[in-house]
Design a protein around this ligand. Structure first.
Ligand SMILES: Cc1ncc(COP(=O)(O)O)c(C=O)c1O
Length: 462
């Protein structure tokens, strides 16, 4: 029996009949293959059979403070629900969303001072695209297009999905919202070995400039980028790239949106990736770490220059949702930010990220590990057939390695992380920001054992 007094068998049976999981074959429910997670503490989760897992994915890159703050967060929720369970940000306001907006503005890069609340990352991206369009309209321009990057994930609602650059996500739902162009992302592992970082940056910026010219700069409303791109495996920008993107977009009157749904709120050892890389975007989308996923809240943070035309006369942003700025979600996010400041969680990431990187680097001794990339507490290993030649796997080998072998063996070994081949095959590692050397060692130890086993099996089968 689990803590809710329902047996695992009963939960599994009810799920098989009634629950629809996200991005998961429904048949997995019928086969009873889906773990039932019942409890969390610190960086660890426990399933209904009492198996313990180190959650090296922080839920979905989201539980930044880890699972140990339920009591404190619960008290904040209780206080808020007693005082005011709900009111809206639509023609009214209530204290918590105002306080949260001010708090976020204080943490965001200079010049981004206004906050529009939503329920998650996809909605934040939707809001960014719509706001960019309306901003240009108010200034007498008709701009509607977006530039995003290949393989980047920006969400699943139709607008956000159209911006997402992953064919696997897009194809089933085409035709999508028109007018999104994708340019190269910044993965460097497969670039010509003689190319310098500066040459790579110059190539990317020239490609972006050409894409803008092709589309017609006067039609492009916004470019969206993650400071470090998640899909494809924690892809950092080469030196000078983000500054170059900022300069090009500004020169063409295009709004730059930093999608910080993962990078924001400490994952990179700074409150925002934009701050870390010294750029001032016009818009920032965020969600996950804003409440450490104790709540369901996202936000669009808006630069003063973008808000400015909306301050005139009766101008308004013609957009809104029932749950935007919900008092309970706002209270949870406020408490999360208070905890992050009090327990110096961002500083912890910043001071220990070097140790995390050094520990994970041991895995580069394995032939199957070609690349380790990322920053802060946000890393990915690119898996290859042979690290010397950088040869990648066939689709059949990838299917076996990621879906048949790693997914199962890592869980058996007590580690939750994600193996993914949307792009090149990678293992993504993104633990709660309260992880310490003990967890760095455990993650590295388990990955080392399981990846060695995979390597031996693949070699044996050749
Ligand atoms: C960069 C980025 N943008 C947007 C989203 C969509 O967020 P949500 O799943 O909360 O809608 C995600 C989700 O992983 C993301 O990583």
């Amino acid at each position: 029996m689990n803590e809710y007094s329902v047996s695992t068998d009963e939960i599994t049976r009810l799920a098989a009949d009634h629950l629809w999981l996200h991005f998961t074959p429904l048949s997995d429910l019928r086969n009873g293959e889906v773990p039932v997670i019942v409890r969390g503490e610190g960086c660890y989760l426990e399933d209904s059979h009492g198996h313990r897992y180190l959650d090296a994915l922080a839920g979905l890159f989201a539980v930044n403070i880890g699972y140990g703050y339920g009591g404190e967060m619960g008290q904040a929720a209780l206080d808020q629900l007693r005082q005011l369970p709900y009111h809206t940000n639509w023609g009214y306001m209530h204290p918590r969303s105002v306080e949260l907006a001010a708090e976020i503005a204080g943490l965001a890069p200079d010049g981004l001072n206004r906050v529009f609340f939503v329920s998650g990352g996809s909605e934040a991206v939707e809001a960014a695209w719509k706001l960019a369009r309306e901003y240009h309209s108010l200034r007498g321009e008709r701009r509607w297009k977006v530039i995003a990057r290949h393989i980047a994930y920006h969400g699943t609602t139709m607008g956000a999905l159209s911006i997402t650059g992953l064919p696997e996500c897009r194809t089933p739902f085409e035709p999508l919202v028109p007018s999104v162009t994708h340019v190269s992302n910044t993965v460097r592992y497969r670039r010509p070995p003689e190319e310098t970082e500066a040459q790579f940056t110059a190539f990317l910026l020239a490609e972006l400039e050409a894409a803008i010219e092709r589309e017609g700069p006067e039609t492009v409303a916004m470019m969206i980028i993650e400071p470090i791109q998640n899909a494809g495996g924690a892809i950092p920008p080469p030196a000078g790239y983000l500054e170059g993107v900022r300069e090009i977009t500004r020169r063409h009157g295009i709004l730059l949106c930093a999608d910080e749904v993962i990078c924001g709120f400490g994952r990179l050892g700074a409150w925002f990736g934009s701050e870390l890389y010294g750029i001032q975007p016009d818009l920032i989308t965020c969600a996950k770490g804003l409440s450490s996923a104790y709540g369901t809240i996202g936000a669009l943070i808006v630069g003063d220059r973008v808000a400015e035309p909306f301050l005139n006369g009766k101008a308004m942003f013609d957009h809104g949702m029932t749950f935007g700025g919900h008092p309970l979600q706002s209270a949870l996010a406020l408490k999360n930010l208070e905890i992050m400041r009090r327990d110096r969680i961002v500083e912890h990431v910043s001071t220990t990220q070097g140790d995390f990187h050094a520990t994970l680097s041991q895995l580069l001794d394995l032939d199957i590990v070609g690349d380790l990339r990322g920053s802060g507490f946000f890393w990915a290993l690119e898996l290859v057939k042979d690290s010397g030649t950088r040869e990648t796997f066939s689709q059949a080998e990838c299917d076996w390695l990621l879906r048949d072998f790693l997914a199962e063996r890592l869980l058996e070994a007590g580690l939750i992380c994600r193996s993914d081949d949307r792009g090149d095959p990678v293992v993504q590692i993104s633990p709660p920001l309260v992880a310490t050397q003990e967890q760095f060692d455990e993650i590295t130890g388990i990955l080392g054992d399981v990846l060695s086993e995979a390597q031996d099996k693949l070699k044996g089968s050749r």
